[in-house]
Every structure is written in structure tokens, then in C-alpha cells.
Design a binder for this molecule. Structure first.
Ligand SMILES: [Zn+2]
Length: 352
């Protein structure tokens, strides 16, 4: 099942030729989700061959222009291109009024159903669920109401070991319950633990996005253990005081959060336009959290599938069970393995 991130803009407030303002496409369970919509996001979508009408849901972290000013133009382009399908936008309070006012003064209108849902929560809350995944929003510490997001796959059904169905004369309902994680209870009351009936499961993957935010330890438990954590890294640590004043992170602070949260990999983004080269920020972060990479416009980051090495709490030694196959890729079980996520060369995504 697909789960990858295409970065459309990796710069901070001021766009440059090399880095546009914040926007990402999150492709999860065959859904195409736009995450933030800075200026020129719609041209970046075309640049990297993304079909704008395939987007059915948009999440806006906050209403600073470098995360939001691209949205009105994208909405009207969708209309001009004949969109009929419904679109849902999740954004902090104020987005609806801003869009309505802009449409009114510019005599713009759209014919497709548009729903703008306010995000207004002071603690982590599931705000959206769809076929195979859910999205949790949580507050960040920034100079205006701002939210981070965690995208999480639903736990997949377990697979039965060969022959257990016949061995225990299981009905279809028995099989479904066991695949959902239940133990099997035989007619005489004997309980067969789920771990004895099922193969190692594919683990649900999680992606977290926090942009923009000041250093805040309350982020850590929310993003704990995610496969990929995308954090803003507006400054290097020589600007730590400025970062605090402007409610942004340094590369070192981002890496500290990633290390304390035990994430699989850290993806830095939202680089200040003052940096022509971001290598120093990467080096600064990797000194604290080695498995760090830097986002680039057009970069695609894959969350690879992971499988349990063996069923947790199993009484069996899985290595002695010939029916249990090895995980497809044991290397992905190591959270410090830099191959867990694979950045693709932006050059390979040829502009139109
Ligand atoms: Zn901001």
C-alpha cells in the first residue's frame, strides 16, 4: 500500500528560486492529501505532475501566508478546470471567513461542494478518518493558532497460519475475529492465544508534520515512534534566541525532539531564505540525531512497510515454525537504518 510524501515547498516565509513556501502531498492508502498550501503551490503541483482534481482533502497548519496564501488560487483553479467532486479543507478558525471575503471582493465563485472545517483543539484529537487511515491534529507553540498532524494507517488484518482453520474447525466468523486480533475460544472453553494462530503482522506506518513551532517538549509524546517526523528547521543553532522570539526551531532543537521521541527518521524543512546551502543545518542535526535528512522541493520520501519479527507474546519460537516466513525486509525494523525512508532525486521528476 502506498504511503509517501512529496515535498512541494521546503522554504520558510520568503520563497526563492530553489525553495517554495510550505506545501506537501501526502499519498496514503490511495488518497491524495494536500498539507499546507503556500504561495504557488498550484504551479508546484503541475511541476511535479500531481493531478489537482485528485485532491479531496486539504489540511492547513496555520494561517500565516507562507502556509495559506496559495489556497484561494488553488480553489478557483479547481473550479476553472471543471471540478465537480467535493473538497474538504481542515484549517484553523478564520480560514472560512478569509476565503469567503476574498471570493466576494474578487467576484470569484466555485461550483463544486467545498466544506471548510475549523480545527480547534487544545489536545491531540482525531479530526479525520478515511479508507484505511486517520489523521490526528494537535496544537503547536507558534505565534498564532497552529496545529501539527499525524497520519496513521489503520492496523491491517492479521493473516492466519496455514492449516489452523482446519486444525481447530474454525468458522468464517471465528476467522474474522482472529484476524482482528481476538483469541479463539473452543467449544470446551479452551482458549487458543491469537499469537498461536496468526503470522507476524505488517505494522501500521505513521507520519508526523510539525510546521511551524517553537521548541516544545509536549510534541514528543504525540510523535513518539513515528516512522517519519517532518519538523521545521528555520534556523541553525547560532540563531537560537531569534528562533525562540519568532516561535521557530533550530536544526539542533528539531533533532533533540526527534531523538527524545525515538522516531524512525527526521525530515527537516522550512529553511530560512538566508541559507543558500543547508549542509550546516544537516550536520548540526545529525550530530544529535544521525538519521536526519533535509527536504528539497520535488523530493519524495517513502515510508517502507515493516513487519513484526515474530508475534508479540507468542509462546512459540518463531524460528522453529516453518510456517512463519521471515519479514520481507528486516533492515527496516532498525529505526536508525537510513534506508528506512528513501529520498528520491528531485531531478528525476521532470517539470512539464
Ligand atoms: Zn508560521
Amino acid at each position: 500500500m502506498d504511503f509517501n510524501i512529496l515535498v512541494l515547498g521546503s522554504g520558510a516565509a520568503t520563497p526563492t528560486f530553489a525553495r517554495h513556501c510550505s506545501a506537501q502531498m501526502v499519498n496514503i492508502c490511495s488518497s491524495h492529501i494536500l498539507l499546507d498550501c503556500g504561495e504557488a503551490t498550484q504551479t508546484q503541483l503541475r511541476q511535479y505532475h500531481q493531478r489537482i482534481q485528485s485532491i479531496k482533502t486539504i489540511f492547513i497548519s496555520h494561517l500565516h501566508g507562507d502556509h495559506f496564501f496559495g489556497l484561494p488560487g488553488l480553489l478557483t483553479t479547481m473550479h476553472l478546470c471543471g471540478r465537480q467532486d467535493a473538497l474538504t479543507v481542515y484549517a484553523p478558525t478564520g480560514a472560512r471567513e478569509a476565503i469567503n471575503l476574498l471570493f466576494e471582493v474578487s467576484a470569484s465563485h466555485i461550483d463544486y461542494p467545498l466544506t471548510i472545517i475549523d480545527i480547534d483543539t487544545d489536545q491531540p484529537a482525531v479530526i479525520h478518518s478515511d479508507n484505511g487511515f486517520k489523521v490526528t491534529a494537535f496544537p503547536l507553540r507558534h505565534s498564532m493558532p497552529t496545529y501539527g498532524f499525524v497520519f496513521e494507517e489503520d492496523p491491517p488484518l492479521l493473516n492466519l497460519k496455514p492449516n489452523v482453520r482446519n486444525l481447530y474447525n474454525m468458522t468464517n466468523d471465528d476467522c474474522l475475529r482472529v484476524k482482528q486480533g481476538a483469541n479463539l475460544i473452543l467449544a470446551d472453553g479452551t482458549v487458543i492465544p491469537n499469537e498461536q494462530l496468526t503470522l507476524p503482522r505488517r505494522l501500521p506506518r505513521r507520519y508526523a508534520y510539525c510546521c511551524d513551532t517553537a521548541f516544545d517538549e509536549s510534541i514528543i509524546p504525540v510523535v513518539s515512534g513515528v516512522d517519519l517526523l517532518c519538523l521545521e528547521s528555520t534556523f541553525d543553532n547560532s540563531f537560537v534566541q531569534l528562533a525562540e522570539e519568532r516561535c521557530h526551531l533550530t536544526a539542533a532543537q528539531a533533532a533533540t525532539i526527534a531523538a527524545q521521541a525515538g522516531v524512525g527518521q527526521l525530515l527537516l524543512t522550512h529553511f530560512s531564505a538566508r541559507y543558500r546551502e543547508i549542509e550546516p543545518l544537516l550536520i548540526e542535526a545529525q550530530a544529535i540525531f544521525p538519521n536526519t535528512i533535509c527536504a528539497s522541493d520535488g523530493g519524495r520520501y517513502e515510508l517502507e512497510t515493516k513487519t513484526e519479527k515474530f508475534r508479540i507474546n507468542s509462546n512459540e519460537n518463531p524460528n522453529e515454525d516453518e510456517n512463519i516466513s521471515e519479514p520481507e525486509n528486516l533492515s527496516t525494523l532498525n529505526p536508525s537504518n537510513p534506508k528506512t525512508l528513501r529520498p528520491l532525486n528531485p531531478e528525476s521528476l521532470t517539470p512539464n
